[in-house]
Design a protein around this ligand. Sequence first.
Ligand SMILES: Nc1ncnc2c1ncn2[C@@H]1O[C@H](COP(=O)(O)OP(=O)(O)OP(=O)(O)O)[C@@H](O)[C@H]1O
Length: 266
Amino acid sequence: MPPPPLIAFAHVGKSFADGRGAQPVRAVDDVSLEVAAGEFLAIVGGSGSGKTTLLRLANRLIDADEGTITVEGEDISSVDPIQLRRRIGYVFQSGGLFPHISVAGNIGITPKLQGTPAPEIAARVDELLDLVRLDRALYRDRFPHELSGGQRQRVGVARALAAKPRIVLMDEPFGALDPLTRDALGDDFRDLHRKLGLTTVMITHDMTEAILLADRIAVMRAGRLLAQGTPAQLAGSGDAYVSELLRTPRRQAERLNVLLPRDGAA
Ligand SMILES: Nc1ncnc2c1ncn2[C@@H]1O[C@H](COP(=O)(O)OP(=O)(O)OP(=O)(O)O)[C@@H](O)[C@H]1O
């Protein structure tokens, strides 16, 4: 028998009141999705398709209207949200760092809230800076505004890992970065995912990034889960929207093959 999934959504729905008296927005609509232990899942979809809402439902930043979500086998509706969030690392789109707290303070914030003694926090911060490949001496005492976008995201990843979670949720973590930094950070995170035995769910707009980093991809549109599977399974899904999403990486790969000679072949 396969091991039970680490995260499971079963017929999950979430609507938001419009606020102007119009119909509520159906942000997530009857989504059933399982994430296995050790898996790297990407959620891909256009703006407003419900990706962030689905992610935030998993750590109870918001609560579902319908359906059941289990994390490590527990129905999260009966788990204290603060405890739950300490078991799940969360990386925000633009780092989400506290601007008036140093890099070390940002990374150590969860252990501090958990009452970890200061020397242990300091050691953990150094370990995490090494893990995300930021020079301790240079970056430990800087403030977020003294960092590049890529460095901020590295700190965001370190902070998400501080309480040693098994699960990491990432909301478009590399979206705002230049392509080289994005590539380097994606590769580094993929290595961390493997080395630490994490289970990762990452939102991205970019199908190419999803194909390159994730084991499996879930495609959302208008709150619904349209398709899920490995890139090869998606390619065979036959869904017109999924085919459209796959067209760009495919065309780019073909064009690059023609235009860009391999090293030494020019
Ligand atoms: N707190 C909220 N109140 C009202 N409507 C909301 C709220 N959060 C999300 N929505 C609506 O729910 C829908 C899904 O939003 P969501 O942020 O989940 O999409 P997304 O796929 O993550 O989009 P993006 O890629 O632009 O971040 C959108 O129509 C959005 O306007």
